[in-house]
Design a protein around this ligand. Sequence first.
Ligand code: NAI
Length: 330
Amino acid sequence: MKIAVFSAKPYDEQHLNHFNEVGHTLTFFEPHLNHKTAALAADHDVVCCFVNDTLDAPTIEILASLKIRMIAMRCAGFNNVDLVAAEQYGIPVARVPEYSPHAVAEHAVALILDLNRNIHRAFNRVRENDYSLNGLLGFDLYRKTVGVVGTGKIGATFAGIMQGFGCQVIAYDPFPNPQVQAMNIDYVPLEELWRRSDVISLHCPLMPETHHLVNADSIAAMKRGTMLINTSRGALIDTRAVIAGLKSGQIGYLGLDVYEEEADLFFEDFSNHLLQDDVFARLLTFPNVIITGHQAFFTREALDAIARTTMHNINALAEGELSKAHVVKI
Ligand code: NAI
């Protein structure tokens, strides 16, 4: 099979080639896939895409005209794919439902520890020969209440780690996870989670119901000085409302690995360009905000698992056994 890999980075090339045991022909394209770049997929059977490719109806229509037989997402989320259009054109959308919940959960914890103990500021101070502690005061995580929104694979893993710190973990999920219930974690209504939590971490998918789940109203309902962590998808948060919350002190700390408008920003080196996104630029001015560029998944173990499952999905198509692929159902 001929596979057009979009948004390709050197590490994608290395890992996908490593797991290409069948000998498919892989072509690596740096640009994101969208309706302007879809023509690059001509003479291929499969497109392999990532989180910031745009698989909207016009793009999928072009892929269908090029007789693309599968959209193989090399990620878990598929909010950037118009599933209705894909079904209409008969193109199955495969994904990697699970690769390393630990990678993302541990990154969320890294953001919490860094924000709480001001590691980013301390790092800079010590390099400046400044060993003063003013402004670096943290708090014990022990016995603090941590609210987990979305308790699937990543949320459950995160909850377990935070219990290890001695935190009281509470959760919200419309579909409670028995594994989490067995951990003595109480499911509470979302309003109660906002109200009680010292730290809130988002681990639910981006869907119409969860778009701007954190907004001016939910921020007002939170404890003053709450720490908010988002390693899930940027648009779960209304960024402008969060900036207002940071300015008023209602949000005490913000840790982000994802951002609403990240598609034109993350995964690229723009260090020689001027930052044009004023909302993002404002976020960067707060000392109590840490942003990483969608790197929570980025561990050796996760990249291996992503490449292995992506090739498995493509192999299943090649062998005419699509039922063995992880195809997204509408
Ligand atoms: P999962 O499918 O195992 O769990 C998602 C959970 O969210 C489910 O338990 C589901 O019932 C729950 N949920 C659905 N609607 C909800 C709502 N309205 N409110 C609260 N919870 C709701 O997914 P997994 O593997 O745990 O991943 C979670 C999210 O993490 C993904 O959707 C993706 O957006 C994000 N992610 C981010 C990565 C990164 O590098 N930053 C990497 C991988 C995933």
